[in-house]
Write a protein that binds this ligand. Structure first.
Ligand SMILES: NC(=O)C1=CN([C@@H]2O[C@H](COP(=O)(O)OP(=O)(O)OC[C@H]3O[C@@H](n4cnc5c(N)ncnc54)[C@H](O)[C@@H]3O)[C@@H](O)[C@H]2O)C=CC1
Ligand SMILES: CCCCCC(=O)CC\C=C/C=C/C=C/[C@@H](O)[C@@H](O)CCCC(=O)O
Length: 259
């Protein structure tokens, strides 16, 4: 298992919700954490709160828009300047906006790719790096359709596929970097009050029937993906029925057709 004492982690979307939970469990386990988020007000509040509890040199907030190449690179360089290294990188920032679908893609998928490649370029052994682990936050909507949210579903499927393919690449190329995906079910966060879709009633109806997870439950699953050094290319589902690793058959069920 990876020892987190004095390791350095980056969490995007860390000002609230799941990202704040991931940052806190990393701090509880001895890591230093860089909080990256668009929301500077909340981010600085979280930094102050964590510094009070865990010590003033353990947490630092950096304003960052994961949809911007320049701003994301700038934030990452500031993290390296302060902490000197990055061992754990969590691409968590995400939105659900079916009306501004290009924004959703630029954050949920392109933002994850940007963060993953920033971390990979720093961590991979071929670049003189020390290795590390990247956790990409998808969703159960990364494994099956979420009605009323086709773009969100597409971005989360992309996160799962990208993470699995890069994990295999890293294994074959011996980069020394692990990449895993986390697929939670519904969690009561600000996302549930900020989502945009013309099918609001459809999503609300689905949520009425859903059993909700606690941030802490998802954070424990996140920590497993970070610490277990045997996990690369893992897809971990966190559902109200329990937490489980997904298996992906090499040949999907199919029905032959005569043309
Ligand atoms: N809440 C839920 O039911 C579930 C959420 N997820 C995923 O978990 C991740 C976190 O979601 P929540 O904590 O629920 O949402 P949230 O809305 O509570 O927090 C998301 C954070 O990301 C930040 N953010 C948004 N756009 C950004 C950008 N362009 N650059 C930097 N930061 C940005 C926001 O300011 C916010 O602090 C998302 O990727 C979401 O898709 C996955 C499954 C279930
Ligand atoms: C306002 C909505 C917030 C969206 C945040 C989420 O990501 C919620 C995701 C929760 C549920 C997604 C459900 C989609 C799942 C089904 O299509 C199912 O096929 C997924 C199968 C996963 C499994 O086999 O366990």
């Amino acid at each position: 298992m990876m020892i987190l004492n004095d390791k350095v982690a980056v969490v995007t979307g860390a000002s609230q919700g799941l990202g704040r939970g991931f940052a806190e469990i990393l701090l509880e386990n001895g890591a230093k954490v860089a909080l990256l988020d668009l929301n500077e007000t909340l981010g600085r509040e979280v930094q102050a709160h964590f510094n009070e509890i865990y010590g003033s040199d353990r947490t630092q907030f950096y304003p960052c828009d994961v949809a911007s190449d320049e701003l994301f690179k700038d934030a990452f360089q500031k993290v390296l300047h302060k902490f000197g290294r990055v061992d754990v990188f969590c691409n968590n920032a995400g939105i659900l906006n079916e009306k501004d679908w290009e924004k959703t893609v630029s954050i949920n998928l392109s933002g994850v790719v940007r963060g993953t490649y920033l971390a990979m370029d720093h961590m991979k052994k071929q670049n003189g790096g020390q290795g590390g682990v990247i956790i990409n936050v998808a969703s159960m909507a990364g494994l099956g359709p979420l009605p009323g949210a086709p773009i969100y579903t597409a971005t989360k499927h992309g996160v799962v596929g990208f993470s699995r393919a890069l994990a295999e690449t890293s294994n074959i190329a011996d980069y020394g970097v692990r990449i895993n995906a986390l697929c939670p079910g519904f969690v009561r966060t600000a996302l549930l009050n900020s989502f945009q879709t013309d099918e609001k009633a459809m999503l609300e109806s689905i949520m009425e029937k859903a059993k909700f997870l606690e941030v802490e439950d998802v954070a424990k699953a996140f920590l497993l993906l970070v610490k277990d050094e045997s996990l690369n290319g893992a897809v971990l589902v966190v559902a109200s029925a329990g937490t489980a690793f997904m298996s992906f058959p090499t040949e999907l069920p199919r029905t032959p057709v005569t043309l």
